[in-house]
Design a protein around this ligand. Structure first.
Ligand code: ZN
Ligand code: ZN
Length: 141
């Protein structure tokens, strides 16, 4: 029975009135942000937040909506993570391949294996270009 009392309005003048729901206004100054039918029509109560008085059923509806929203965000986040993970793996693989190629070129140079150098020269050209561009950017800044 004591539990029931929590659902009664605490305003002396509203004795015996059941709480109908809560005021969802962030700035609500009223006691515990709860309301009974009397509070709902009392001009002294929830003066600036009458439109934010929501019944238990409506609050349940908000919770369902909010829950769905969180599920949607979680799905979006997982999708973003998956695509970033794929990019990460692709790029890591690319970098590994470049390292292997560099070793080959380096070996080719030390063994005077010109065929090996020729086959991998494109990468050195690209790196040379990239390095020059970086220097240009550094100079401009
Ligand atoms: Zn009341
Ligand atoms: Zn209020």
């Amino acid at each position: 029975m004591k539990q029931q009392n929590l659902f009664m309005c605490q305003q002396i003048a509203h004795e015996g009135e059941f709480i109908q729901g809560f005021c969802l206004n962030l700035g609500c100054q009223d006691l515990r942000s709860q309301f009974c039918l009397q509070c709902g029509i009392d001009p002294e109560k929830h003066t600036n937040c009458k439109k934010d008085l929501k019944g238990f059923g409506q609050i349940q509806g908000f919770i369902t909506k909010f829950n769905q929203y969180i599920l949607d965000l979680t799905n979006q986040l997982n999708k973003s993570y998956s695509s970033v993970k794929i990019k990460y793996e692709e790029f890591t693989k690319q970098l590994d391949n470049m390292k292997i190629q560099l070793v080959k070129i380096s070996e080719g140079l030390s063994q005077q294996d010109y065929k090996q150098i020729q086959e991998n020269l494109q990468m050195i050209k690209e790196w040379y270009q990239y390095s020059n561009n970086q220097n240009e950017i550094m100079k401009q800044n």
